[in-house]
Design a protein. Structure first.
Lengths: 211, 211
DNA sequence: CGCACCGTGTTGATCTCGTCAACATCCTTG
DNA sequence: CAAGGATGTTGACGAGATCAACACGGTGCG
C-alpha cells in the first residue's frame, strides 16, 4: 500500500478529494476551494477531480451532505447519552447543535448556504437534512408523551426549535453577536425559553396576563 | 438631463452600480454578480466600477449595508404602526422581519453571509447591523416596563428573539422548510413561543413541572 | 497469451473573471 | 486658458472552471 512512486492511478481519489475539500473549507472557507488547488494538494492534475464529480458544485454538495450526516450523528449520540429527562436531553441537543456550528463554521455555512451550492435542488442534501429534522421531531413527540411540552403538531415545534438553534448558530458564526457575550449562556437561555414557551398550560390559559 | 448621446461621464455611476447590483442579486443571487456584467448593464466599461468601489467585495458590502438599513427601517415603521400593545408590536416586527427575508432572499443571504463578503470585518456593516439589534433591545426594554416579559438583561432577550426570527427566515429562504408548510403560522408560533417563554412567572416559579 | 475496452489521469485550449496600468476626457479652479 | 483631479476606456495578466483528445493500467474474452 505504500505507493511512493506516485502510481498513475491514485487508488481512492474520490475520498481523498472530499477530505481535502473539507480541510480547505475549514482553513479558508468554501470560497477558497478550487478544483485546481484540490488536485494540487492531493497530487493529481487539475482535471482529475472531474472523473469523480461532475463539477465543483457537486463536490461541494457532497461535502455539505457529509456535514449533515455528521451533525445528525452527533446530535443522535448526544441525545442518547443524555440523562433520561426529556428536558435535559433537549437542552443537550441544542447545545451540541450550536457547538457543531461553532466548531465547523465554514462547513456549517456551506450546509445551509444555497448560494454556495448553486440554486439547484439537490435531493441528496434535502434527504439528509430531513433525516436531521425527523430526529428533532421524534424528540418532541417523546417529550409530549412525558408531558414536558404542549400537545400540538410536533413538526411545528421542531421547526420553531430548529429555527432558534440554527439562528443562534448562524448569528454566532457570522460574527453578529458581540464577542464578549457568553455564548453558552445564550444557548441555555434559548433552550430554556423554548421549553418554557412550549410548556403545557396548567388549566385555564389566560392568553394575556393583564395589560 | 436627457443624455442620449452617452456622455463620457455617467453622472451618477455609483448609485447606478448599486442599483444594478441589487437587481442582479435579486435575479440570480450574489453569485451571479460580476463587475463586468454590472458595467455592461449600466453602459460603462468593465473597469469603471473600480472608480467607485475598491473591489467587488466592497460593492457587495455596500449593497448588504443598504439591505440592513432597509430592514431596520421596515421594522421601525412596522413597530411604530402597530397597536400600542407591546405584544402585538413584537409579533408584528417578527412577521415583518421574516417577510423581508422572504421578499428579498438573495439580498438577505448576502447581508448575513460572511462567506459572500470575504471574511474581513467591515465596520460599516457591523454598525448598521447593530443599529438593527439596538432597536430590538429597545422593544424588549419597553416590553419589560409593561410587564409583558421577564425582567432580565434585555440584550439577552433580544439575542434569543433575533436568533429565532433569523433562523426561521434563513431556513425558509434556504428551502429547508417543506413548501406545504404555512409559513405565516410558523411565524406566529415562533413569536408566541418566545413571548410565552419570556413571560414573567406569577410568583414562586417551579423550575420543573414535576417529572 | 494478446488485445479490445473501460475507468482514471494527463495536458492543451477556451472562455469568464477580477484587477492593475497607461492613456483619454471632462470639469473645476486659479 | 492651462493645471489637476475625477471619472472612463482599452490592453494585459493571472486564476479558475471546464471540455476535448490522448495516455495508462487492469480485466475479461477468444
Amino acid at each position: 500500500m505504500t505507493e511512493q512512486t506516485s502510481p498513475y492511478h491514485h487508488g481512492n481519489l474520490r475520498a481523498a478529494l472530499l477530505a481535502e475539500a473539507e480541510a480547505m473549507i475549514a482553513e479558508g472557507g468554501a470560497g477558497s476551494v478550487t478544483m485546481r488547488e484540490i488536485g494540487r494538494r492531493v497530487g493529481v492534475s487539475r482535471a482529475a477531480p472531474y472523473r469523480h464529480f461532475a463539477d465543483k458544485n457537486s463536490l461541494l454538495v457532497a461535502v455539505a451532505a457529509i456535514g449533515f450526516e455528521r451533525l445528525r450523528d452527533r446530535l443522535r449520540s448526544s441525545g442518547a447519552a443524555a440523562s433520561r429527562s426529556g428536558v435535559e436531553r433537549f437542552r443537550r441537543m441544542g447545545q451540541e447543535y450550536v457547538r457543531f456550528a461553532i466548531d465547523n463554521p465554514a462547513h456549517y455555512r456551506l450546509m445551509y448556504g444555497k448560494e454556495a451550492l448553486a440554486r439547484i435542488d439537490r435531493p441528496e442534501l434535502r434527504e439528509v437534512a430531513n433525516s436531521l429534522f425527523d430526529q428533532l421531531v421524534e424528540v418532541f413527540r417523546a417529550h409530549q408523551r412525558e408531558g414536558g411540552v404542549k400537545r400540538q403538531d410536533p413538526r411545528t415545534q421542531a421547526y420553531v426549535a430548529w429555527s432558534a438553534v440554527h439562528g443562534l448558530a448562524s448569528l454566532v458564526i457570522e460574527g453578529q453577536i458581540l464577542t464578549h457575550v457568553d455564548v453558552d449562556a445564550l444557548i441555555k437561555q434559548t433552550t430554556q425559553t423554548l421549553l418554557d414557551g412550549m410548556r403545557p398550560r396548567p388549566r385555564g390559559s389566560p392568553k394575556r396576563p393583564k395589560a
